[in-house]
Design a protein around this ligand. Structure first.
Ligand SMILES: [Fe+2]
Length: 290
């Protein structure tokens, strides 16, 4: 197992030590006074330490901007896992901004499915707002464009470039899901997920994260559909897809990702609607419904 010693990483196989540039600076088996061969080096990546994690950008040469703060790490109990998916990361991002899919895609596993079983479909609105780093969706829509996002939202989903999704559920915001859709190839990705629940007894002593070896059934349900969609996209091309108004947020995210890939974000932000209110015929989620 590799380990960290000061500013160096120590290989667990033969004890070779590497500095922050990836250069081998010490080999225990060399005779006294001998220096490591300069060719003994590995790739190095920009990284930052924040929110109890080490954030590494492996796909870019430029130093990364600091990732957005998760914040409130010590207020929640966290569970973490990972899931490899045979689909483009963009599909995974769009999936989590899809306001309406859980009723159909997550039978017997998702709160929206159960709400729909109890109350059926109703008409209501959600709102999207484009931000400097992506887009945020919440429901119900605010009364006015200049109003802040309501404190008592039913649901809020935020996408931040390049790959983070933050989902918050219900009043009190006691449940949080953070996902990173990390590209591992053109049409493959890895879902790194963090589920958080705020315990009733506080405060916690430090940050608590538990690794999960089990795959969440909800994520497995999404993976099945997304991998199927990936194959259909490859087979049928863009003509395969049809969209409706409920897809407004996913389509906005797609455009933002495309603009960012062209180095046109946030400079092109003004070409997108700052705010959209979308009427949908979907699951019921009124706290105060009668
Ligand atoms: Fe889903």
């Amino acid at each position: 197992m590799d380990s960290v010693s000061g500013d160096q990483i120590v290989c667990g196989y033969h004890g070779w030590r590497y500095d922050g540039e990836g250069c081998c600076v010490h080999i225990p088996l060399l005779r006294q006074g001998a220096q490591p061969d300069p060719r003994a080096r590995v790739r190095s990546f920009p990284c930052v330490e924040q929110d109890a994690y080490l954030w590494v950008r492996s796909g870019a040469e430029a130093p990364p901007a600091l990732p957005a703060r998760i914040g409130r790490m010590e207020e929640f109990i966290w569970q973490q896992g990972t899931l490899a998916m045979q689909c483009a990361a963009t599909l995974g991002i769009e999936n989590n901004l899809d306001w309406c899919h859980p009723v159909c895609a997550h039978p017997w596993t998702h709160g929206q499915f159960f709400r729909n079983q109890l109350a059926g479909f109703t008409e209501h609105t959600y709102e999207t707002r484009v931000t400097d780093t992506g887009v945020v969706l919440f429901g119900p829509a605010a009364a006015h464009e200049t109003d802040p996002i309501p404190e008592s939202f039913w649901f809020k989903a935020r996408f931040d470039l390049p790959e983070r999704l933050t989902l918050e559920f219900g009043a009190g915001q006691r449940m949080l899901i953070i996902m990173h859709l990390v590209p591992t190839g053109t049409d493959t990705c890895r879902l790194e997920w963090l589920n958080a629940i705020m315990p009733s007894s506080r405060p916690l002593a430090g940050v608590r994260v538990r690794w999960s070896e089990e795959d969440s059934t909800v994520f497995m349900q999404d993976r099945l559909l997304l991998e199927s969609a990936q194959r259909a996209n490859e087979r049928e091309g863009a003509e395969f897809e049809n969209s409706v108004g409920a897809d407004t947020c996913t389509l906005l995210a797609r455009r933002i990702i495309a603009l960012a890939a062209q180095q046109r974000w946030p400079s092109a932000r003004g070409t997108l609607p700052h705010r959209r209110v979308v009427a949908v015929h979907a699951w019921e989620n009124h706290h105060d419904s009668t």
